[in-house]
Write a protein that binds this ligand. Sequence first.
Ligand code: NAP
Length: 213
Amino acid sequence: MKITVLGAAGNVGRRIVNEALSRGHEVTAVVRSADRIHELSPAAIGQTGDASNIHDIVRLSTGQDLVVNATRSVTSNAEEVVIVTETIMEGLASTGVRLLIVGGAASLTVPGANGKKVIDDPQFLAPSLRHIGEASVAQYEACRGEMRVDWSYLSPPADLKPGKRTGQYRLGGDEMVVDSQGTSTLSIEDLAVVVLDEAETPRHHQTRFTAAY
Ligand SMILES: NC(=O)c1ccc[n+]([C@@H]2O[C@H](COP(=O)([O-])OP(=O)(O)OC[C@H]3O[C@@H](n4cnc5c(N)ncnc54)[C@H](OP(=O)(O)O)[C@@H]3O)[C@@H](O)[C@H]2O)c1
């Protein structure tokens, strides 16, 4: 497959690039500044582009099979995240390319908590980080109702950090996946496995899904 990864030098993006390359895909890895191209695997096609620029989205998606958005704004500003999401949707509506967004966990519901959302549960999101949760809630809302693009929105578990690639995970929908201890966790390496499994065998169309151990 020909896959474009936006935010390719980020914590999540670089692992998605590496997982895609290891599976033999042709990867266009997009960074905002040419200074960061050297951080990318030499096996990827390094390109510069801004996800809030529709001309860049059209240019970087034309002829591709899939675009993965792994960008995160520095301030996690909800307004900026929505602009980026809407710009990507607009661009892909014109090029007809499928989209997989790596978003946030905040809008997931907490199992057994009467519909309470992760953003409102300090066990999973510290109140000091609420603005980050609000940005991801706004991002997901910007996707819902978008009928022109074949999109899917992957909510990571509450606890996502670098670790080992095990290839193991469980999928969920709108409810956070937790283990027997009530924790919701995944390594970023395994999140990249989830992304590439979905890329190769699409199961989620115009909907959200999640994954955790
Ligand atoms: N538990 C959770 O819910 C959870 C945990 C972690 C991550 N995430 C999500 O995973 C995604 C990626 O996070 P991350 O940790 O990998 O972030 P990160 O390490 O900060 O990387 C984000 C990348 O996005 C790039 N970027 C930002 N705005 C852009 C734009 N307009 N156009 C192109 N590139 C842009 C940045 O490039 P520059 O270097 O140019 O700024 C940066 O390389 C985010 O959506 C984040 O919310 C969720």
